[in-house]
Every structure is written in C-alpha cells, then in structure tokens.
Design a protein around this ligand. Structure first.
Ligand code: TUI
Length: 314
C-alpha cells in the first residue's frame, strides 16, 4: 500500500486528491473520492456561497470521511465562500488562482487544514509562513488556470523550499505519475482530468466523450494576454478566443467572449461555444469507472512500479 505523511495529517487512506474543478467537482464527486480513501474536494469556482454550502451538506450526507473545499481566489464571492468553509468546519481548504494570506487566520481558528495551490517557489514560501499545513505544487500541464512552470521542475523546487508536505499536480493521471511525484520530493498527487471520467462526475456527455477521445496534442492555452492563462481542449471556442486575443480585441470583448463558456461546456455540452477545461493528461484518460476505483488503481499501479524500481540500481 502507498502511504505518506499526508495520509496521517489528514486521516485519509491514500495520498490522492481530486482537483477542485470549477462547475464540476460537486458534493457527490467529492464524497465518492473520499469514500474511496482519497481526498475529495468541492470546487467553488465563481459560485455564490449558498451553492457551496449546499454541496458541503450534500458531501456530509454521503460520507463521514474528510473532504475539502477549493476556494477560487479570483471569484467575486471568494470572501463569502471562505467564510462558509470556516462556518462548516470542513476538514481541508485548498485555494487557487491567487494568494490566500488574508483568509488564513480565519480558517486556522476554525481548525481547518489549509493547503494552497502554488505555481511558484515564492508563493510556496509565503504560504508556509502564513500557516499552510501542506502545499499543492501545480505545474502548467494542468487544466484551467495555470502557472509558468512544469510539474517536473516545480515539485522538486517547492519540496526543497519548504518543510511541509508537498502534493504534486499537473499532468498526473496514473500510477506512473504518482510514483514519479514521490520521487520528485512530493508525498502525494492531485488529479483533476482523470476524475472527469469518474462515474460520479456529472458533466455533459459531450464533455466526457471529448476527454475520452483526446489525443496528446488536444489541449491549448488561451488568456495569456490578460495575464490569466487557461488550458482547455482545442475546440472552436478556444481557437476563436486565441484569434481574438492576438487579433487586437479589447480586454472587455475578450472577457465577454469567455463569460459563461465553462457552463456551456459542463452543463449544455455546447461543442462550439463551450470552454472544455482539461489538462494535458486528457489523452491518458481511457474509460469511465467509479471514483473509488480510480483512487485504488492509481495507488496499486504506483506500488507495483515502486516495488520494481530497485532494478535500476546496480
Ligand atoms: O486555480 C487553478 N485552476 C483553475 S481556477 C479556474 S476558474 C477559472 N475559470 C476561467 C478563467 C479563470 C479561472 C479554473 N482552473 N489552479 C491553481 C493555480 N493557482 N494555478 C496557478 C495558480 C496561481 C497563479 C498565480 C496561484 C497564485 C498566483 O499568483 C499569486 C499571487 O501572488 O497573486
């Protein structure tokens, strides 16, 4: 069995987190992952606090195991969602797309373990100083909002810079990724894209099909000009956005083009106008299976690989 210090810190069986995917990761998916021995995470994205509270209640109904809530710091509702997480005393808060220093005291007082997602060594150091229990070092292979560095170089640098547990994210979708993350100085992984194929993941059939059919070059990055690079599947929406971005469109018209595009992908399955966020690992997602089976399969694969790893040493 694969175990690490993050398992003891959080009271989970396997060192596998499910990424807090906006519009996708709800109480049902998070509970299924936690029931399977990983850490399920409810995404808040740009949703209001009432939605997040509902999903927390849904997860609590489905599991008594620890789960987390992800706070998307660029959300207009970040403050109220942060307060809901504290009021509901969720086990874990993860944060993304910004600096969560302003909320750390509140969460600490509520007994919450805060695990910020970082994309740089500087933010990793700052988050450790402000009381983070662990960190998720997320490379640019990820889907959604991304940083500059790849997982391969970010994880060891973050692991060297802090003395709290580091979870690797970005481009990880199987046991090889988990084994590699442990070798890079991480003590677990977070996967988003792989869980898009979980039976308990409620996305449009169009979204699911696109993930299952994706090839190695099927994602692209838009939004660099506005300073918020986002990785998604190469679809008509993404191509159009990129064309506008480098064709002199105003910031306002770009914002307008992007508004509602995530909902159109997740809920409506609109292949033309939807923004289908996905990481580079989409091509490694092969079939629909229960979330618990994904957690188990990835950890079992990693165990087999690591048991055989001594063959490389002469
Ligand atoms: O946050 C994510 N991934 C996301 S958020 C999201 S919702 C969204 N939808 C459409 C457009 C924009 C956002 C979808 N996917 N991952 C964690 C992450 N955080 N990746 C990179 C960062 C990050 C980047 C810069 C964290 C901090 C940062 O700067 C910190 C500072 O000092 O402000």
């Amino acid at each position: 069995m694969i175990r690490s210090q993050i398992c003891d810190l959080l009271g989970i069986r396997f060192p596998v987190f499910q990424g807090g995917m906006a519009w996708i990761a709800d109480g049902k998916l998070a509970a299924a992952v936690s029931e399977g021995g990983g850490l399920g995470i409810i995404a808040s994205g740009n949703a209001p606090a009432s939605y997040v509270r509902e999903q927390i209640h849904e997860a609590k109904k489905r599991t008594d195991k620890p789960f987390g809530v992800n706070i998307m710091l660029m959300s207009p509702y970040a403050q109220e969602v942060a307060e809901v997480a504290a009021q509901e005393h969720v086990a874990v808060v993860t944060t993304g797309a910004g600096n969560s220093s302003r909320f750390m005291k509140m969460w600490e007082s509520a007994g919450i373990k805060v695990i910020p997602v970082v994309a740089s060594v500087a933010l990793a150091r700052l988050m450790q100083r402000t009381g983070a229990a662990a960190l998720i070092a997320e490379g640019g292979e990820s889907g959604g909002h991304i940083g500059e560095l790849s997982t391969m170089v970010l994880v060891p640098q973050v692991a060297d810079a802090v003395n709290i547990p580091v979870i690797a994210a970005g481009g990880i979708a199987d046991g090889r990724g988990l084994a590699a993350a442990l070798m890079l100085g991480g003590c677990g992984v977070q996967m988003g894209t792989r869980f898009l194929s979980a039976q308990e993941c409620t996305i449009s059939p169009v979204y699911r099909e696109k993930i299952l059919k994706a090839g190695d070059l099927c994602t692209m990055v838009t939004g660099r000009r506005l300073g918020h690079p986002v990785r998604s599947l190469r679809t008509p929406f993404a191509r159009e956005y990129l064309k506008e971005e480098y064709g002199g469109a105003s910031d306002e018209s770009l914002e307008k083009l992007g508004t509602g595009a995530l909902r159109k992908a997740v809920v409506d399955g609109d292949a033309m106008k939807g923004c289908f966020l996905a990481g580079q690992s989409a091509a490694m997602v092969k079939r629909v299976q229960p979330a618990a089976e994904i957690v188990r399969e990835v950890t079992d694969e990693a165990e087999t690989i690591l048991r055989g790893a001594a063959k490389w040493v002469q």
